[in-house]
Write a protein that binds this ligand. Sequence first.
Ligand code: DX5
Ligand code: ZN
Length: 225
Amino acid sequence: MIELAFSILAADFAHLADEIARAERGGGTIVHVDVMDGHFVPNITFGPPVVKAIRPVTKLPLDCHLMIENPDEFIPAFAEAGADWVSVHYEACRHLHRSLELIAHYGMKPGVVVNPATRVDLLVDILPMVHHVLVMSVNPGFGGQKFIEFSLEKIRRLARMRQEMGLAFRIEVDGGVAHDTVARVVQAGADLLVAGNAVFGAGEPERDARALLAAARAAANEQDS
Ligand code: DX5
Ligand code: ZN
């Protein structure tokens, strides 16, 4: 099933609850929360207090993408704030297995993220314990960047690994997912689409979420038929 995880990084922060409601009306089913610490990535965004603030305004799962160093130190705070899914970067975790176990221990769905330069094959041993794998299709840190084309091959590789290993983790793609790229992303095997600017950039999140999802689902059907 293809789902849209809309990234609130591109939303109007002064009206976050309203922006979430509008993207949800357009068919978005996951709230993607980009957490940046100014160390792992060259930008700072928000943390557990913002997760806590949006928790009561939506029933949708809150998908927290931690672009931070030492994520283990903050996992309890995200759980407390009401996060549902938490993903950590392969590149930020010295003991990735432990970090994933910690996320699950706090009752959240663990995910792992790989930067563009990180091979998905490195994940083979931990794939059985993840709920989702997030393939970065831009270098993390900013919204509105250009989609990196070789991400498509990584998605295809990961989809093959999933099938060969008989697993059911979701494949999420993040960065530059928009009208010009979404069909290829879906046809490569992704099922969770993160989109920031393509949903919120024009100030019409309901309309634009709906259009992006429609394009994604049309591409998936085209492939099936
Ligand atoms: C980048 C973030 C993305 C970002 C995507 O570091 O992880 O989630 O918000 O933005 P767009 O969809 O605008 O490329
Ligand atoms: Zn993200």
